[in-house]
Design a binder for this molecule. Structure first.
Ligand code: PHE
Length: 345
């Protein structure tokens, strides 16, 4: 066997040894250089050597060398393919600069967050948070609150009745009665919760929504306390600059009664076509008043000794206003694109 053929055998061995260890594309390239490098490549040198052989040996050696060259080229292609299929995955796993995948953990509903913000303000003023049943009797929802049976004032609360005796509470006010039956003054409470009315769903109405009730009963409580507390609360919620106004109103269970409007935070009364306030510059958010003496009598609290005030605020509509949400139904559709906007950490 010629010297050249010996070398081919030796190099084939060398190639196998190298190729068996290859993992990365870079190593395939190194092996290619080892054999085909322009000046010192082993095969390049063999072809140089071929030129120096005597003509009778050249033919056979040339054929063997060309076969070997093709063999190595094919194997390099295979090695390259293998290294390529492994590499892209490795690359992603190794790239520490890529942002990580963050699992979404879930978070409180925007209305829950808003309710908690309200609770926090009142708790800081010494109020406690109370709770009551959503299915009520006519007595607690109406009668004890000074609505006589069949009184027309009941019509302002479109009631969902379960049967003759039970209904879905139309406001959180019945919990005032339940608390006053059990606790004696001083009382300083808020009552957040669901209420129900026979409403057709539209952008600002749903048959279920949230209210928060407030109740204060003690000796010497006046309308000034009501005004001061509500002003403090609304400023804590909307900022110092917000303006509010009290308008006279009527509720059977408070006397005198008021409705409270806050200044439109969208147009500040400047846009007659404002979509949020309808151009009035004001938005009603709650009803309030001094507890009617008859209500105190119904729960055996002496109205000669004690006085108090109450309010009821719509949580949904206030949250809509605060976040400028045009549709109450967004809160209940559970569209994560909507809900996640309130939980940026
Ligand atoms: N319960 C009344 C309503 O739902 C609001 C209110 C509460 C008014 C307490 C006065 C006092 O409209």
């Amino acid at each position: 066997m010629s010297i050249l053929e010996n070398k081919i055998r030796e190099y084939r061995h060398l190639f196998e040894e190298h190729s068996s260890k290859i993992k990365e594309k870079r190593e395939v390239e190194e092996l290619r250089q080892l054999f085909f490098g322009r000046k010192k490549g082993l095969l390049t040198l063999l072809f140089e050597e071929l030129k120096t052989l005597p003509p009778e040996e050249k033919k056979a050696a040339g054929r063997a060398l060309n076969e070997f060259k093709e063999e190595i080229q094919q194997q390099l292609v295979q090695l390259e393919l293998k290294a390529k299929t492994v590499r892209p995955q490795e690359k992603i796993a190794e790239d520490l600069t890529l942002p990580g995948w963050k699992p979404y953990w879930g978070a409180p509903h925007p209305l829950t967050l808003f309710q908690l913000a309200i609770e926090k303000i009142f708790v800081s003023m010494g109020f406690t948070v109370e709770d009551g049943p959503e299915i009520e009797t006519d007595y607690y929802n109406f009668e004890a609150l000074n609505f006589p049976p069949h009184h027309p004032a009941r019509d302002s609360w479109d009631t969902l009745y379960i049967n003759d005796k039970l209904l879905l509470r139309t406001h959180t006010s019945p919990v005032q009665i339940r608390v006053m039956e059990k606790k004696k003054p001083p009382i300083r409470i808020i009552i957040p919760g669901k209420v129900f009315r026979r409403e057709t769903a539209d952008p600002t109405h749903l048959p279920m929504f949230y209210q928060v009730e407030g109740l204060v009963v003690d000796r010497g409580i006046t309308f000034a306390h009501l005004k001061g507390t509500l002003e403090y609360f609304i400023k804590a919620l909307f900022g110092e600059k917000i303006k509010l106004r009290f308008r006279p109103s009527f509720f059977p269970f408070t006397e005198p009664s008021a409705e409270v409007d806050i200044e439109c935070i969208v147009c500040h009364g400047q846009d007659p076509a404002c979509r949020v306030c309808g151009g009035s510059g004001w938005k009603e958010i709650l009803g309030a008043g001094m507890v009617d003496p008859q209500v105190f009598k119904n729960v055996n609290i002496d109205p000669e000794k004690y006085s108090g005030w109450a309010f009821g605020l719509g949580i949904d509509r206030t949250a809509m206003f605060a976040y400028q949400i045009p549709e109450i139904r967004y809160f209940y559709e559970n569209d994560l694109r909507f809900l996640r906007q309130f939980n940026r950490k």
